[in-house]
Design a binder for this molecule. Structure first.
Ligand SMILES: Nc1ncnc2c1ncn2[C@@H]1O[C@H](COP(=O)(O)OP(=O)(O)O)[C@@H](O)[C@H]1O
Ligand SMILES: [Mg+2]
Length: 261
């Protein structure tokens, strides 16, 4: 058993025996309500995480779920992102994902918890039979959507281990704390489409975000990010709609995360 599967097995065991019906990551409204207002119990710590990333159960009115809780107090300071802002960036990434309409990010909220305010995200159990390295290098449609999403949020840390395929063809992504820098910092293992034309469905999704940035999404991001970061997000979307290609790697910044897993 590998280190990460052992961690996951521990997490699975902790999640068993929760009362109630399970909530699906596809049911965003129900999941957001459960994550925001449910009783949060810490079950364990994800040891492969770089921040204090806690595996929890959440329960309310007969609905239950496993989730991840990252308290702001447990965020490791970074040189290139302001302290104490990663949880809000995770929620901002979820809001963008919703506006794109692809459900790339599992339902994510900001709330108080046993270790203070933080982000809480629905747990998506990846299918252990899916080879994540192969998936990350493939031409998979869901992964391609994730590459477009990452370009919009300017994800500086898309690792292979951040791909969560539940086995139904969908691929969720996690760990969006280091997104939304005003500088171009796209750092990802998903460069296989660089310079290729965006698909018609990607252009549709970008059109949806572009419109939403002028309305509710722009207002919501203004609560979570700085005005410059919101402007930069709007500009990235406009640039992709103008050039209609997947972006190329930055030249002044390591384009692949290390370690890539
Ligand atoms: N919502 C989630 N569903 C399932 N697994 C998750 C989820 N969020 C995180 N994980 C797992 O936990 C690991 C650590 O979480 P991550 O968000 O990468 O934390 P950190 O910010 O500390 O790097 C991930 O690599 C992934 O395996
Ligand atoms: Mg991580």
């Amino acid at each position: 058993m590998t280190q990460s599967s052992r961690d996951r097995a521990t997490a699975d065991d902790a999640g068993r025996g929760e009362p109630g019906r399970r909530v699906s990551p596809r049911d965003a409204a129900a999941a957001e309500e459960l994550l925001s207002a449910g009783r949060l119990s810490v079950e364990g710590r994800l040891v492969q995480a770089s921040n204090a990333t806690l595996y929890c159960s959440v329960e309310r009115d007969g609905l239950a779920a496993a989730c991840v809780y990252k308290p702001v107090a447990g965020e490791r300071p970074l040189w290139d992102f302001p302290d104490g802002t990663l949880a809000e960036r995770e929620v901002a990434a979820y809001e963008v994902s919703k506006a794109m309409g692809w459900a790339t990010v599992p339902p994510t909220v900001h709330r108080d918890g046993p270790y203070g305010p933080g982000m809480v995200q629905l747990w998506v159990e990846p299918d252990p039979d899916i080879d994540l390295v192969a998936l990350s290098r493939s031409d998979d449609e869901a992964v391609r959507r994730m590459a477009v999403f990452d370009a919009v949020v300017n994800n500086a840390d898309r690792k292979i281990g951040h791909l969560l395929p539940p086995g139904d063809g969908h691929v969720y992504g996690c760990d969006h704390g280091v997104c939304f820098s005003v500088d171009y910092k796209l750092r990802t293992v998903l460069w296989q489409w660089r310079g290729k034309p965006l698909t018609p469905e990607a252009l549709d999704a970008l059109g949806r975000v572009d419109a939403a940035m002028r309305g509710p999404l722009g207002a919501r991001l203004a609560e979570l990010l700085t005005p410059d970061e919101v402007d930069a997000t709007r500009r990235r979307v406009e640039l992709m709609l103008k050039h209609r290609i997947h972006p190329y790697p930055p030249e002044d910044w390591p384009a692949i995360p290390w370690p890539p897993l």
